[in-house]
Write a protein that binds this ligand. Structure first.
Ligand code: ACO
Length: 435
């Protein structure tokens, strides 16, 4: 459109610039022409934490945070969670369309073909201390796969990329399950490719001496739904890390490992573990009002609440609440649910949370479900990382194929010293004391 522009007047020079708008955005490089003179670098944008900056164009996931909408490739999350298997959604996220029956069969076969990990990688895992955090084991072991598949560095070869994608999606449940068995001191269970993706994961987690593991169908379906809800979430902290590391053309194993490291933080995927700690700390329903008051007084945050993008209910939290009931039908009700529901009820009526548009996010209910399924809180973020590997890899594919992308390299506003002369060591104490 002709008038899709901004007119900028530089009050320093009185010059006027016409800056084009593209889909409601300004290209930061278009501001560089705004200068006071030939020696001036030009205007930059300053946006700590990317509060108002698009770093890429993406066709994978759409979120309308004000309306509480989440879609993968145009399909509402509610429909996908109800009607699809996780690997069907993984195909959709990766390739842009839902698979035909043949495409799905080939995709599932390809993933299953790669569920085993090399025995040396198994031994690598065995080297962790008995109480190592599962997320630390996961991050390190995924990175270690880079040493097993050296050819993965050839990131410009599409067939090679797809092979690593199959491997990573196939192997992350195996690594995750082995971190769990390791923390319990149990022997590792090899994958069983007769089973579905989530059933096989459950097999590797929980098989003991029975000859063939039988997953409870309702539990396997609940895990499938949890995986679908966690598969991608556009340019979140870990996706941004995946793209940033990927932009240096590092291999996909170290990229996924870096993204998983970002996920582990308590403000991101690590929040599900923190929610359980918080519910333990609160202890009972009657202590909820006092806890909320202490959060409002600035003592910590309500974990599992708030989101950079959602300023309305997180649609994933709504589906999780529904899935929780299906799981509790099998496992019995997790008593923590009552504390969580009370916390949600009081917070949603409270001026502090209403004003800041703070609602439960995906991590608020997922931990309660995982705990009912007998997972320890330390495993929760690993459970998040398995499905999110699909999203990270789709974001990575998009990045590599995007001709506009280059190595990610932000600018800075330098706030340090101007040039100054070297100070010999015997003269430094006085300077340090002055500072
Ligand atoms: N509890 C209490 N107050 C909160 C919370 C919370 N959970 N979240 C935000 N606020 C307050 C902030 O203190 C701030 O208040 P102020 O305006 O008086 O200073 C205001 O709400 C805005 O918060 P920001 O920190 O500016 O929001 P931002 O978009 O940077 O942070 C985040 C989003 C990190 C998710 C934040 O809401 C948070 O820390 N939540 C708890 C951790 C959590 O659940 N993380 C999981 C997110 S989902 C995911 O990553 C998978």
């Amino acid at each position: 459109m002709e008038n899709e522009t901004l007119t900028v007047i530089d009050n320093r020079t009185q010059k006027t610039y016409t800056i084009p708008l593209y889909k409601g955005t300004v290209r930061a490089m278009d501001l560089r022409q705004i200068k006071t003179g030939p020696d001036d670098f030009g205007v930059m944008t300053y946006d700590p934490a990317f509060m108002n900056t698009a770093s890429c164009q993406s066709a994978i996931t759409f979120i309308d945070g004000d309306k509480g909408i989440l879609r993968y490739r145009g399909y509402p999350i509610e429909q996908l969670a109800e009607k699809c298997t996780f690997l069907e959604v993984a195909y959709l996220i990766m390739f842009g369309e839902l698979p035909t029956e043949t495409q799905l069969k080939d995709w599932v076969d390809n993933i299953k073909y790669h569920t085993m990990i090399h025995e040396t990688t198994k031994k690598f895992l065995e080297g962790f201390r008995y109480n190592a955090h599962p997320m630390g084991m996961f991050v390190s072991t995924v990175a270690a796969l880079s040493t097993v598949y050296a050819e993965s560095r050839n990131v410009h070869d599409p067939a090679n990329r797809m092979l690593q994608i199959h491997r990573l999606i196939g192997k992350v449940p195996t690594i995750a399950a082995y971190t769990y068995r390791h923390s319990l001191g149990y022997p590792y269970v090899y994958p069983d490719n007769d089973l579905s993706y989530t059933e096989n994961f459950m097999n590797m987690l929980w098989k003991m001496v029975e000859p063939k593991y039988q997953a409870h169908p309702a539990m396997a379906r609940a895990l499938d739904i949890l995986f679908i809800l966690h598969a991608d979430h556009e340019q979140n902290c870990s996706a941004n890390v995946m793209r940033s590391v990927g932009s240096s053309l590092a291999d996909p194993y170290v990229c996924v490992s870096s993204a998983a490291a970002a996920l582990s933080g308590p403000l991101h995927g690590g929040a599900n573990e923190e929610v359980l700690k918080m519910l333990d700390e609160i202890g009972s329903k009657d202590k909820v009002p006092a806890y909320i008051e202490s959060v409002k007084a600035g003592h910590g945050k309500l974990m599992g609440f708030g989101h950079r993008i959602y300023k309305n209910y997180d649609p994933r939290a709504r589906i999780l609440k529904w899935a929780a009931d299906r799981v509790f039908d099998v496992t019995g009700r997790n008593p923590k649910l009552d504390i969580a529901l009370e916390l949600e009820r009081i917070a949603l009526e409270d001026e502090y949370f209403i004003k800041r548009k703070l609602y439960p996010n995906v991590d608020f209910y997922s931990g309660i479900i995982y705990q009912a399924m007998r997972f320890k809180p330390e495993m929760f973020t690993v459970l998040f990382a398995i499905p999110r590997t699909v999203g990270w890899l789709a974001q990575w594919q998009e990045l590599i194929m995007d001709a506009e992308q280059k190595i990610a390299r932000p600018r800075q506003i330098f706030t340090g010293h101007e040039v100054r002369n070297f100070v010999p060591i015997e003269q430094r104490a006085a300077i340090a004391a002055k500072a």
